[in-house]
Design a protein around this ligand. Structure first.
Ligand code: NAP
Length: 256
């Protein structure tokens, strides 16, 4: 896989501890590999994909990095608290939080069940609140930290058939901007990355026609790779982006 091949030589994240949610596969997996390449110790969070998360941690270790898989459903407030406590007990600090965990349950709004609406909001939006809530006081004490929330172009522009998902991602952007203002005085940067169509299981599940229409709508004429997103996340986690906060940056081949 491309994300296992190191392209960066900068070890700018040496000494940093990073928690990446939903990092057993897809974009989160690529983020875990790229942060580890830059020298960070990576906590690879998973919910259902335990085996894949273990493989990501093993892959990072095999490449000379440091990583551990940590299980936790981010929609569970208490479980997130326990995860953070355990990480703090073992590592003493967390410097980077990437809220990547996310799901879709697409449908037209006239047919959407309350359960599907709630589940998407609980994971995509409340999940990010949970991890931020439990880590904020540590970041405040450290007077340093980086939070990157993985939003979506759907949250920026809206998307038919994704009322729940777009609402969760628009909410995540509001959360990002507000928390950025709260924490800026302590040198904590909080930004959102909004991917367009990226090649992962999430987009592989799209019907062929919808996929073709999606690609046709992208000015660059192709879907992005998880690595395209991960490189921007790594930049936002490094010191060279210390004066950037409260931003939403699209990685979408010109789509939005
Ligand atoms: P994916 O391949 O379907 O992966 C989703 C990830 O989220 C998995 O690692 C999954 O972990 C994790 N997750 C789901 N529910 C969770 C929970 N309750 N607790 C912890 N982790 C949970 O999707 P992806 O394409 O990589 O998406 C990653 C992020 O990018 C999402 O936030 C998504 O909304 C966003 N995004 C993706 C695209 C795209 O085109 N692919 C575009 C815009 C935004 P488990 O398997 O362990 O449950």
């Amino acid at each position: 896989m491309a994300e296992e091949k190191s392209s960066g030589t900068d070890k700018e994240l040496v000494g940093k501890v990073a928690l990446v949610t939903g990092a057993g596969r897809g974009i989160g997996r690529a983020i875990a590999f790229v942060l580890a390449e830059r020298g960070a110790t990576v906590l690879v969070n998973y919910n259902g994909s335990r085996q894949q998360a273990m493989e990501v941690a093993e892959g990072i270790q095999a490449a000379g990095g440091t990583a551990r898989a940590v299980g936790c459903d981010v929609s569970d407030f208490e479980a997130c608290g326990h995860m953070v406590e355990e990480i703090m007990a073992d590592y003493g600090h967390v410097d980077i939080l990437v809220n990547n965990a996310g799901v879709t349950r697409d449908n037209l709004v006239a047919r959407m069940s309350e359960e599907d609406y709630d589940r998407v909001l609980d994971i995509n939006l409340k999940g990010a609140f949970h991890t931020i809530r439990h880590l904020a006081r540590h970041f405040l004490k450290q007077r340093k930290g980086k939070i990157v929330n993985i939003a979506s172009v759907s949250g920026v522009a809206g998307n038919a058939g994704q009322a729940n998902y777009a609402a969760s991602k628009a909410g995540l952007i509001g959360l990002t901007k507000s928390v950025a203002k709260e924490l800026a005085g302590r040198n904590i940067c909080v930004n959102a990355v909004a991917p367009g169509f990226i090649e992962t299981e999430m987009t592989l599940g799209m019907p062929q026609k919808a996929r073709e229409a999606a690609v046709a709508s992208i000015p660059m004429g192709r879907m992005g790779s998880p690595r395209d997103v991960a490189e921007l996340v790594a930049f936002l986690c490094a010191e060279k982006s210390d004066y950037i906060t409260g931003q939403v940056i699209c990685v979408d081949g010109g789509l939005v």
